[in-house]
Design a protein around this ligand. Structure first.
Ligand code: CMP
Length: 140
């Protein structure tokens, strides 16, 4: 059993695909164990994506992530990090496999509907960035 951090980004919320995204997670063995709707400040987004602070897209990325509400979730399941990344598809929707979330709903690499952790260490850091221990619920 593993946990990962998932975000339905502001473009996904605007497109009303929150339910569709969660449906795909639940149908594929990923159960939400924490969830909240948040409108990130520019500083919140900069802190979350600090690992990308030297990248040329950092300013656009953090502007976009603070442009509207997003849904932040912790998901739990067998091999959750890899499974979530499979369901999301490639970062650039033009390269995403057919049937993935990004292939189906994303417009561009900047507006790519979902974020998912890329490794166990980052998943732990990202979950604790948004949720304290009491907000993450064991599923029975
Ligand atoms: P995400 O998985 O949230 O992680 C960082 C985000 O930066 C990524 O999705 C993309 O939306 C965005 N981004 C923009 N340009 C690039 C790029 N060249 N490489 C990786 N990520 C990019």
């Amino acid at each position: 059993m593993e946990r990962t951090l998932s975000i339905v980004k502001p473009d996904g919320v605007k497109k009303n695909v929150i339910g569709e995204v969660i449906k795909r997670f639940e149908a594929n063995g990923l159960r939400p164990v924490a969830m909240k709707m948040m409108h990130l400040s520019k500083k919140d987004a900069e802190g979350f994506y600090a690992v990308h602070s030297e990248r040329p897209f950092f300013n656009d990325l953090t502007d976009f992530m603070s442009s509207g509400p997003c849904l932040v979730m912790a998901l739990e399941g067998p091999d959750a990090i890899k499974k979530n990344r499979e369901l999301m598809g490639a970062t650039n929707p033009a390269e995403a496999d057919a049937g993935t979330i990004r292939a189906d709903f994303a417009d561009s690499i900047d507006n790519n509907v979902v974020h998912g952790s890329d490794a166990p260490e980052t998943a732990a850091i990202e979950i604790s960035y948004f949720f304290n221990a009491m907000e993450v619920c064991d599923r029975v």
